[in-house]
Design a protein around this ligand. Structure first.
Ligand SMILES: NC(=O)c1ccc[n+]([C@@H]2O[C@H](COP(=O)([O-])OP(=O)(O)OC[C@H]3O[C@@H](n4cnc5c(N)ncnc54)[C@H](O)[C@@H]3O)[C@@H](O)[C@H]2O)c1
Ligand SMILES: N[C@@H](CCC=O)C(=O)O
Length: 542
């Protein structure tokens, strides 16, 4: 296997007049002025059904940017058959060749031909600002491709012990999962869609990929790049479909070998239950990998640096409208710091511009769709009417042109109020102010008041406390931050995932993730013939 090292993709600056800014502006114009026709692709062939759907721009929802089609159950079945058939041949392609394809794809994604398209489709289709698109649909996606290739190469080096290779040679190899993997992706990270579909493929699996309705265009762009990089027909089948129809079709198939899911807890629970009900019908026990929601916390100690705490919280809670699974959504602040932190949060919040995703001074744009708008504004109305909760900033919203919600901050007197404990997935930060003397009780609440354990951050200058909190809060977060915001994990640096109801914690972006998509085989070859059935201590009859 050719040796290579790996490093993270540089995040470009997009300064006015820069090459990347010009390329991006040209791509934005092109994507905005077209409504791209996105087919279902099965075994390399395009299909269209009568069930026509459109992807719109969340910040201007009258504008359609993609036309796509829901697959029927029959077509999903066809995609399963295509994947099962392609998997055998694909698994025979040497890992070295597959890795070369992934590295080629990463270079294409990084190029001035494709990077602007990935970012423009993400900015317009998912309402990400320039920087939010760049860290997702460029840097993180490229990192997933390169790091997974690197981790696969490193993993393939392992060989078991052979005490005397002239007599017995032991070896080990990774095979793809036979059957098919269903990859089901969320709207909020373009890179996650690419990783869910293509990490299993790298390891020799074939996948049926259902993108989110609200991320179809950026996800189809990934499909096109990977195909151009050499991934053969049938290895990844691109199948937009109604969620429950897709879920039923894949869990009914005996060939389901794995589900690679990222999304909400109710959807993953549904999939897990369906697999449980059907367990008698599968060829293999399907592997269930699910990264789900969070109610991520910022815990502030009386020794915290106020400025760091404020800026980190604003970024974590409101970047991409709080629609990151890792977004800070609850905060615990000691009374002794409350006035300073409150002033800092309110003043900084007032500076944030909510607007069109493509305007360079927008800090955030619209939330993804009408469903999200209703859910988030429901929590805001709850805050306005509940005696336990005080709205201290924001609270406005409109869906007239786009699904806009102001960055909203509330103070809750009840640390177990639903606004402090349920995932909102929008720009709403709930704060509980505690008596400094009650710090132990509040540390208990961090782990006991929600079913999640995705990300969490502790702000303190007291190093003894940081050490203590790291132990005390050990099981409350899969990604734990000290004096840093709860969002922004980087592939290869902070492998990502949570436990409890936040998921199976398989750590996307880490060295072990690719191995979830391989089924190892141990091989023993003996060169000296076995001629004697009895053991030496047995008396021999002469
Ligand atoms: N932990 C992580 O790494 C991570 C990362 C990103 C997002 N998330 C979570 O994702 C959620 C937001 O994403 P979303 O709104 O797209 O989630 P979602 O659960 O609504 O949808 C995720 C995907 O599942 C599909 N789906 C829905 N019902 C289905 C069914 N019955 N069978 C099969 N597929 C079905 C959807 O169409 C979509 O493609 C949040 O809860 C967020 O925290 C988690
Ligand atoms: N890498 C992301 C996690 C993705 C969740 O939506 C972060 O940590 O911000």
């Amino acid at each position: 296997m050719d040796e290579f090292t790996v490093k993270n993709e540089t995040i470009l600056g997009y300064m006015p007049g820069s090459r990347e800014r010009k390329d991006l502006e040209a791509a934005l114009k092109k994507v905005e002025s077209t409504c791209e026709d996105v087919p279902i692709v099965i075994g390399g062939k395009e299909f269209r059904t009568e069930d026509v759907r459109y992807q719109v721009m969340p910040h201007n929802h009258k504008k359609k940017i993609a036309k796509f089609y829901y697959a029927t159950p029959d077509l999903i079945g066809k995609a399963i058959d295509a994947a099962v058939a392609a998997q055998k041949e694909w698994d025979a392609v040497p890992l070295k060749e597959r890795i070369a394809m992934w590295l080629r794809a990463a270079d294409m994604m990084s190029s001035s031909q494709w990077r602007p398209v990935l970012n423009a489709t993400t900015m317009l289709g998912q309402s990400k600002t320039m920087i939010q698109a760049e860290i997702d649909s460029a840097a993180e996606l490229i990192d997933f491709m390169r790091f997974n290739a690197f981790f696969a190469k490193e993993a393939s080096k392992y060989q078991p012990v052979s005490e005397n290779p002239a007599v017995t040679l032991n070896s080990h190899r990774y095979r793809g999962l036979d059957g098919f993997v269903a990859s089901i992706s969320p709207f909020n990270f373009t890179a996650i869609g690419g990783n869910l579909a293509y990490a299993p493929a790298l390891m020799g699996c074939a996948t049926v990929w259902k993108p989110s309705d609200t991320a179809v265009l950026s996800n189809y762009t990934i499909y096109k790049i990977m195909t151009a990089a050499g991934v053969p027909p049938g290895v990844v089948n691109f199948v937009p479909a109604d969620g429950p129809v897709f879920g039923k079709a894949i869990t009914d198939s005996p060939h389901l070998s794995g589900i690679n899911f990222t999304g909400s807890v109710p959807t993953f629970n549904w999939l897990w239950s369906a697999v449980g009900k059907n367990i008698g019908r599968y060829v293999n026990f399907p592997r269930l990998i699910g990264e789900c929601g969070g109610k991520n916390y910022h815990f502030v100690h009386p020794s915290a640096d106020v400025k760091t705490t404020v800026v980190s919280t604003i970024r974590s809670s409101f970047e991409y409208c709080g629609q990151k699974c890792s977004a800070c959504s609850r905060m615990y602040v000691p009374k002794s710091l409350w006035q300073q932190i409150k002033c800092g949060l309110l003043d900084t919040r007032d500076e944030l511009k909510v607007g069109d995703a493509t305007e360079h001074d927008s800090f955030m744009s619209a939330v993804i769709d009408d469903k999200a708008f209703k859910r988030i504004t429901g929590y805001i109305e709850h805050a306005k009417s509940s005696p336990n909760v005080e709205l201290i900033a924001g609270g406005g919203y409109t869906d007239e042109c786009g699904y806009f919600v102001e960055p909203t901050i509330v103070e809750s007197k009840d640390p177990r109020d639903k606004i402090m404990t349920e995932e909102i997935f929008g720009p709403v930060l709930a704060i509980y102010v505690y008596d400094d003397a009650d710090i132990e009780k509040v540390l208990d609440l961090v782990g006991s008041s929600t079913p999640y354990a995705l990300t969490g951050a502790v702000f303190a200058q007291d190093r003894e406390f940081l050490k203590y909190a790291a132990e005390r809060l050990k099981m409350t977060a899969g990604n734990f931050y000290l004096n840093d915001k709860s969002t922004g994990s980087v592939v290869g640096q902070q492998p990502f995932g949570g436990s409890r109801m936040s998921g199976t914690n398989d750590k996307a972006g880490g060295p072990h993730y690719v191995l979830r998509w391989a089924t190892p085989q141990s091989v023993k070859e003996t060169f000296v013939p076995l001629t004697e059935w009895s053991y030496p201590y047995m008396a021999k009859k002469s």
